[in-house]
Design a protein around this ligand. Sequence first.
Ligand code: FE
Length: 181
Amino acid sequence: MLKILLISLAVLVATLFTISKRNISQEKNSGYYNLLVSDSLKNKEKKMEDKIIRSEEEWKKILTPEQYRVLRQKGTERAYTGEYWNHFEEGVYKCAGCGAELFSSDTKFDSHCGWPSYFTPLAGDRVIYKEDRSFGMIRTEVLCAKCGGHLGHVFDDGPEPTGLRYCINSVSLIFEKRPKK
Ligand code: FE
């Protein structure tokens, strides 16, 4: 009797296993499943494409020592020493690490603080923010969204329309002249 019960149980388990396996393989072969997989892969690839990830060794090869110190080690150039604090030509300021267009001359203003200052980035998603509690202060660090390079800090003492001052190291930027047409 026990033998019959055990055999029946084994048959039942085997049948259930076969059915569930068939369901999974059917699902895998269906167009919907493939669509889901390819979509999530595409999204992942796109996100990877958007970001630039390099090792410290690679950054050291690409950047000058001063760019590396500021962009990758969160250093700060001395006030009134950078290339752009007193620079007001028409054009675009790109990230010195990855070339992403970050700031426009249209939003640059003379803040008299010794670093190039802007009241907004070119688009909200070009930069990311991080709380910075170094040197006994609470500041908001501004980083390039594409390569994660340190750009500077943002303060709330800027002019209208935003009231913000993006205080950015010149060495983190590369200016490209682009006169208005
Ligand atoms: Fe960048």
